[in-house]
Write a protein that binds this ligand. Sequence first.
Ligand SMILES: [Fe+2]
Ligand SMILES: [Fe+2]
Length: 278
Amino acid sequence: MQQGARKRHWTLADIPWQRFDASKVDPEILKVVKAAAMVEHNGRDYAAYLCNVFADDPAFQDVARGWAEEEVQHGQVLAEWARFADPAFDFDACFKRFTEGYKIETAAKASIRGSRSGELVARCIVETGTSSYYTALMEAAAEPVLKEICRNIAADELRHYKLFYDHLRRYLKAENVGRWKRLLVALGRMRESEDDELAYAYFAATEPTGARYERRRFSAAYARRAYGFYRERHVQRAVGMALKAAGLTPNGRLNAFLTRLACWFMRRRSAKLAAAGA
Ligand SMILES: [Fe+2]
Ligand SMILES: [Fe+2]
């Protein structure tokens, strides 16, 4: 590629929809795809929040807006696939239900992570989670169109990680945020994966009208399915990316230890939730 030239970003028209194979749709995967479509489609609200936090940094604001459009596109392509798999799926109604029940605090004037560097660490963790998740989902899925979609999204998520990581390095020069603090932000953001956002998205996307939201129940239902896709290689890569964002050696002994720990935790949690009928 010519230097400076940017590769055109893929669109929904690039997806080989004609290869869709209904016989290969896994109904459990369909549920998490519907939930992921909700969260991704909400990207613009995050951009609004980021533009407030980085109020005097127009270059980063541009990056945040461009990033959000790609996340929204992830939501659109996943919703489209879900409609192929389930023609009765009403994305608009589900998304309305999701955004009415789950709101992102867009009015904040400063990062809820204590600093801009902290905010960027948290963004790196989210992109770490999504890039490993879509890679794991791509490998777990048998339906060829979904595989292709996940491949595209996983590549975007990895690029998003790099984007936020570059800005993190820039901010670290101005802000004195040590590794310990960055590690705490990273761990805090990981813990939030079992908070309301994914649980509510799962509820809004899969439960019939009139059903009542219960965080524990839907967080468990989502976690059981999501954890089941991960293999050790996905976890190891994610741990490396998270350590790097915290300023630690990505692929050393700490990675090996944390990968084993995380795999053990995910297997145990997934088995417990399955036994409990989540
Ligand atoms: Fe995404
Ligand atoms: Fe992303």
